[in-house]
Ligand binder design. Structure first.
Ligand code: FES
Ligand SMILES: [Fe+2]
Length: 401
């Protein structure tokens, strides 16, 4: 944004922003805004890092990035999942350089200081007698595990999770994601700003033209009266086997001190059991879902994490901000913990709908970025079917200010 003064230019930009309209091009193209996104939005909120089944044993770890920050997410000796800043307390090298693995101890590649799994400093070579090892543990990063989902916050004082935790427990509890395991994950690099990717996820206005496969299964397109009837049938079917999944709508600004969460349900078309190529079962039923209820539970969690629960599998959507005009999308498929590939489920059938959907999304997000880069881009109005994207954009403007 040049030298005029970031705050002043940012104020002008906000004043220009028309309510109910797509964001100004600076929000997708300006490096200074991207730094604000990282500092004020992504670093302030909780982010999904992955599923706990990725690191089942003590010493199992993976690295989790947010711009210049990197956390080592590790299962410690006591079985608890912890996160440490991957910055050596000696002179600042990365300590762990493999993206995932199993370690008994983390040894810095520079001068070989050694850290325990709980982050405490175990040894510093040739240190003086009076060197206080206890003062040089890896810095802790906030981490919480809820229903098997690992969340990380790089904030000094993280947002409260009371509302979000209630929503996740009540809405994902019936599927017992805490006992699930990762069947597959895919990473899609995207030549587009992370918010274009999130906005695209949040609206299904594009589903009919871009996602014929998805649109054959999920009832988001029909006249409202038909959707109401399908939703009512879904709720009644779930109730018949004792499952009640409430709506949780706490999409609030972080100034209120709590993480934003929005959980709701919607129906699949009549006769469609789950998100499989032909609508038929793709994996064993999960948790307390004793039958197919003809519905989907979906959760928006903070700025960049989204979850979709079908009776027989789950899908995690994690948006990763890289630079102002590059991002990535990680999609993770969950199945019941004891489900065996090739016996209880076919991986291709399990992953087909969201793979083909994510590949199409990557293309349309990249075309969107290319158009937004042009000086001919002028933010147009969100349509009624884009109400969640519209709400997200308004919420984002409050967060980034
Ligand atoms: S920077 Fe890590 S041991 Fe020196
Ligand atoms: Fe899409």
């Amino acid at each position: 944004m040049g030298t005029k003064g970031d705050a002043e230019l940012f104020g002008e930009l906000l004043a220009r922003q028309k309510s109910g309209h797509a964001l100004d091009r600076a929000f997708y193209c300006d490096g200074a805004i991207f730094r604000r996104d990282v500092d004020k939005v992504l670093s302030r909120h909780w982010l999904l890092a992955g599923h706990a089944s990725r690191i089942p044993n003590p010493g199992d770890y993976f690295l989790f990035d947010l711009a210049a920050e990197q956390a080592i997410v590790v299962r410690a000796q006591d079985g608890a999942i912890r996160a440490h800043a991957n910055v050596c307390r000696h002179r600042g090298s990365r300590v762990c350089t493999e993206p995932r693995g199993n370690a008994k101890v983390f040894i810095c590649p520079y001068h070989a200081w050694a850290y325990n799994l709980d982050g405490t400093l175990r040894a510093a070579r040739h240190a003086p007698e009076d060197f206080d090892r206890a003062a040089y543990g890896l810095k802790p990063i906030h981490v919480r595990v809820i229903e098997g989902l690992i969340f990380v916050s790089f904030a000094d004082v993280p947002l409260g999770l009371a509302r979000a935790e209630t929503a996740l427990r009540e809405c994902l509890g019936p599927y017992e994601w805490s006992k699930a395991r990762v069947a597959h994950s895919e990473l899609y690099p995207i030549a587009g700003n992370w918010k274009l990717a999130v906005e695209n996820y949040l609206e299904c206005y594009h589903c009919a033209p871009a996602h014929p496969e998805y649109s054959r299964l999920h009832a988001l397109e029909q006249p409202w009266a038909k959707i109401e009837a399908l939703n009512a049938a879904m709720t009644a079917r779930a109730a018949s086997f004792g499952v009640h999944i409430p709506v949780h709508e706490h999409w609030a600004p972080s100034a209120e001190g709590e993480e934003a969460v929005f959980a709701f349900r919607y129906a699949l078309y009549d006769g469609v059991l789950t998100a499989g190529p032909d609508g038929k079962a793709v994996a064993p039923l999960m948790g307390r879902m004793n039958d197919y209820d003809g519905g989907v539970t979906t959760i928006h969690f903070g700025p960049a994490s989204f979850f979709i629960a079908y009776p027989d599998h789950g899908v995690l959507y994690r948006f990763i901000a890289k630079t102002v005009d590059t991002s990535a999308l990680e999609v993770v498929w969950l199945v019941r913990g004891d489900a065996r590939e090739g016996v209880d489920y076919d991986l291709e059938k399990l992953t087909w709908v969201w793979k083909v959907t994510s590949e199409a999304d990557k293309r349309i997000i990249e075309w969107n970025q290319a158009g937004v880069n042009s000086r001919h881009y002028e933010p147009g109005p969100y349509m009624p079917m884009e109400r969640n994207a519209r709400r997200y954009a308004a919420w984002y403007l409050g967060e980034v200010t």
